[in-house]
Design a protein. Structure first.
Length: 218
């Protein structure tokens, strides 16, 4: 039977989380909001609208949301040509593909940002499909991104594993009924990932690749 390995991208496969922190912090600062970087970091992995709501609250001026998202997108876009994959990220995807897994990306990125991430990964031949932000109504921690990834792979939840770096990833995977694997390279503590549903936690893609035979992706 076919199996699906579903991956978050930002902070899991490509080293972008702290770039997102700085550019969201700056977008918020330009709009007059003083939000500490540690709070921004904890929100990375949410969709733009959900991130803004998480940081500024439901009673914020929602008319500012589009401008904040646009400012972040413009600031972050300056890094597109310099994005770097985390160690052995591409090799991990290629190994899983070679082992017969359907590799699917589930990411809140879309358009030019998603293209930049895939260029950094340089593993297109190993990727079966991509579930982007444009494909679902609700982002993580809702299960829709993972569920859509499984639909694209044509694989049931019980034959899938989701790998991510944030509590939002773990919650989305758990709600979608898949086994969850966490990685620490996004900056979230092990205990937080485990509490959110991670069955196993690894330092980064290289650590997961080296430990593959004893992992949920064996």
């Amino acid at each position: 039977m076919e199996r699906a390995a579903v991956f978050d991208v930002d902070g899991t496969l490509v080293d972008t989380n702290h770039l997102h922190v700085v550019t969201w912090w700056e977008a918020l600062r330009q709009a007059g909001h003083r939000v500490p970087t540690h709070a921004v970091h904890r929100a990375i992995g949410l969709s733009s609208t959900d991130l803004i709501a998480h940081l500024l609250g439901e009673d914020r001026d929602k008319d500012q949301d589009a401008g904040l998202s646009a400012a972040h997108k413009a600031l972050y876009g300056q890094y597109f040509d310099r994005l770097a994959a985390l160690r052995d990220a591409g090799a991990l995807l290629e190994r899983l593909h070679g082992d017969g897994w359907k590799v699917v990306l589930a990411t809140s990125a879309s358009g030019a940002e998603l293209s930049a991430l895939r260029r950094a990964l340089d593993a297109d031949e190993a990727i079966t499909a991509t579930a982007s932000a444009d494909d679902v109504e609700r982002g993580k921690p809702a299960p829709e991104p993972v569920e859509h990834a499984l639909e694209l792979a044509g694989v049931p939840a019980e034959r899938a594993v989701f790998v991510g770096d944030s509590v939002w990833d773990m919650r989305a995977g758990r709600r979608a009924g898949v086994r969850c694997v966490g990685v620490l390279c996004g900056g979230v503590p092990r205990a937080d990932l485990e509490e959110a549903g991670a069955e196993a936690v690894y330092a980064d893609p290289a650590d997961l690749l080296a430990s593959l035979e004893d992992s949920p992706l064996a």
